[in-house]
Every structure is written in structure tokens, then in C-alpha cells.
Design a protein around this ligand. Sequence first.
Ligand code: PLP
Length: 391
Amino acid sequence: MKSKNLLAAGRVPLFTWFLCGEPLSDCPSRAHLYCYRSEANDLALRLARQYTGHQDVVVLDHAYHGHLSSLIDISPYKFRYLDGQKEWVHVAPLPDTYRGPYREDHPNPAVAYANEVKRVVSNAQEKGRKIAAFFVESLPSVGGQIIPPAGYFSQVAEHIHRAGGVFVADEIQVGFGRVGKHFWAFQLQGEDFVPDIVTMGKSIGNGHPIACVATTQAVSRAFEATGVEYFNTFGGSPVSCAVGLAVLDVLEKERLQAHATCVGSFLMELLRQQKAKHPIIGDVRGVGLFIGVDLVQDEATRMPATQEADYVVTRLKENYILLSADGPGRNILKFKPPMCFSLDNAQLVVTKLDAILTDMEEKVRSCETLRLQRCSVKHPPEETHPTQILY
Ligand SMILES: Cc1ncc(COP(=O)(O)O)c(C=O)c1O
């Protein structure tokens, strides 16, 4: 009885928030709470398969959806280095308008990239495969802080629905107001776009292990119809639900969504100034507190500056600033700080970044001078090798 009361104290309000809270009110109508984010994506996969009666999944290149075996299989970021691609997994190109096949000068990159998904689906169908789901991070992160062009998701959803599949939006990194303008990152795609399944994690518990899957009545009922209940010892624990509710309170009371817009815009502006100053910065892209700085060897070719990115990350770490570099070329500096990140924090990180890049450029310049001096003097052959960059 006591535990029932505890459940009522935590789980029900949190469910109610997801089902009736503004951001998801028109969309999924059932929510399930779990311990780990990977569990949420694994359940999304089961829900999609049960509902559609199909097995196959379309994912974006370089995606990551979690550490369970089922999710490694749909994460090119991981399976490329492990067992490889399973026959039931189909990979579409990242909708990357900076380095992908359709760039900022393309008249309609949303349609062009969605057509790539259509092509991948058709190829799979020609082999007799049936699509259960399209899994996508609403903003691909390990893919390189990609901002898919607006309208891409609805176009993709049309192709996936036509193939009998469902659209799964993984909001595990990017949900809960991080993008500032909206509570959910998929809303950047247009107010009329609604995924069939949304998975949430990380920020929902601010470090505490809690995750959630929200979906439609129809998908949820198809799962229930199996008669096999979903059982998870710690799923929906009242303690975790209390944490989830506390996080929602703080988000609301401290107006952290608006804060993400304000600090994010300031950070973007500072980083754009850095782009004008340092040729190694090829692109600065982002929304709210989800920003990528794309380091390039050459502005024209946009070749990833992988070693340089690694060097910058290490130097920042020496300054007690933790950033990582990701993307297929491991050259995109990823900014996704805690939501309490302040204007001062933004100024500090950019000042440090500026100092590191300036120092790097000076080292490269002195190496070039050294190389020129060496070339003008006749040296024995073993000394004429190009000087190594000193970092
Ligand atoms: C987009 C995305 N989905 C799923 C996961 C899996 O979350 P967890 O490691 O908490 O299971 C992660 C973790 O980094 C993630 O970034």
C-alpha cells in the first residue's frame, strides 16, 4: 500500500506531465519510464517491430543509439569497428549541409537528403526486406553536431510510413529545452511534425538514471496485445520519478529553456567571431546549447583537421575545460554544456579556445619559417624532410 502511495507520488505526475504537458500534448499519448537511456531505445525497437510486424531499421550514418547489443547493431558509429552491418540494418547519409553531398548551396537539401532515405528504403525492399523503423537523433551528435535542414523529418516520415515503418526520434541528448526555441529538438523540423515514438534520457534526470519512451496509443496497444508485459525491476522507481519531477521544476522555475537560447546565441556569436579570426574554423553551427565547431585543414576542401581537433581538446582539458571532438573525421568540437552554463562560462571557454588557436597558428608559422630557412640552405638529404609540426 505504502509503495502504491509512493508510486502515486512520483510516477503518476511524471506520466501525466509527459501525456498532458504542453510539449508532447498533441503527440505521443502513452509514456513508459525506465532506468537507462539504452533501455528506452531498445524498447522503442521492440515497439516498432511489434506494431509494424517488420524487422528492419533505417539509421543515419555515424549514428549512436546506445550500448545494448540491439543498439550497437543500429549504431554505425560502433558497428563499423565491431561485427559490421547486419542485413536488417540500412544506412542513409547524414543530412550534413556543410560536408555532405547536398550543401548550403543546394536549393532543397531537406528533400534531397530525404530522397536518399527513400532510395535506401527502396533498395532494402528490392531485397525483400521490410522496414519497421527509422531511428534518428533529432540533432545527430556523434555524427558531428549536425542540424538537419527543416522539413527533412516530415519528408523522411512520409517515405518510412509508406514502407510501413514508424519514425523514432531519439531525444536522449537533445530534449528538455536544450535547443532553446523548443522543448523538443524534433520541433525544429516544423510545428506540424510529430514522431511516432520519442525516447528521452540524460537531462530528464540531470545525471540520475531515468529514461522514458512516449508513443501513440496504437503503438502501445500493439505491444500490450502480445500479452507479454514489459517488466523491469527498477523501471519507474518512485525515487527516479521524484528526481524527474524536480528536474522539470528547476527547468521551469529557472527558465532554463530561455536561458539556453540566450547563452547559446551569445556563444554562437563569440564562436563566429573566432571563425572570422582563425582559418582552421570552417563552420560554426548550432541551436541553443547544442553547438559544433568544425575544424578544417583547408577552407575550400573542408578536409577534417583531426589532429588539430585532438590537440585543442587536450589543451582545453589542461585548462579544466572538457570538450570532445566527434563526427566521422573526429574534427568537430562539441559544445553541449549543462543547462546552467552562463554567459561568463561562454566567454571563458572562447577566450581559452582563442588563445590555443592563436598559439597553434604561431607554432605553424614558425615551423613554416624554419622550413623555408632550411630549404634555402643546402642540407644533406636526411635533413631535408619537412619539419614536423610541433604539437
Ligand atoms: C543519442 C543517444 N542515445 C542513446 C544513448 C544511450 O544512453 P545510455 O548510455 O545512458 O544507455 C546515448 C548515450 O550517450 C546517446 O547519446
